[in-house]
Design a protein around this ligand. Sequence first.
Ligand code: G3P
Length: 217
Amino acid sequence: MKFFVDTADVDAIRELNSLGMVDGVTTNPSLIMKSGRDIKEVTKEICDMIDGPVSAETVALDAEGMVAEGRELAKIAQNITIKVPLTWDGLKACKVLSDEGRMVNVTLCFSANQALLAAKAGATFISPFIGRLDDINLDGMDLIADIRQIYDNYSFKTEILAASIRTVNHMTDAAKIGADVATAPPNVIKAMANHPLTDKGLDGFMKDWAKTGQKIL
Ligand code: G3P
């Protein structure tokens, strides 16, 4: 499973990238707002740092506007993925932009039928929002499993990009189901390294090592 980082925080991206943990980046209008930076400036900085797709989201609500904004965003760098919402207009924009050979990420997907339409419209990535389904007492992972089955039935090339990931369990479950990509906030990716038995074991080793009075360096 590829790891994308769901943030516009360049310092956080840089740290994870130095460990080889970043296969791509996703942003959205809320994350740009949170960064406090100009969309083109911060996206360019991320694109220069990352050797993989960087999603930048359009904000027009009509297909024509999305296509125009998508073309503008694509000028930022060669690895830009244009993000459009899963509306009828978003699907129209997806078709136009993907026919032009551009990478398109169709976002705000909450049903298997929506994912099926995005694949038909040529999406490079479909972004089902797991956490937001869990928020309303539905099971986001069931949606990932349904999309996986449907895409595999018909050999769709669209990659399943599990989004709105909130917990480390979401990462495990997305990987078990076979999501192609998971996009997660930096704190979730870092939390994957934690285990209380690792901490306890390390504590025991350190106490015993102190008793030896030895040094390695
Ligand atoms: O990738 C989409 C993501 O940014 C949404 O996450 O936590 O706002 O539902 P969240």
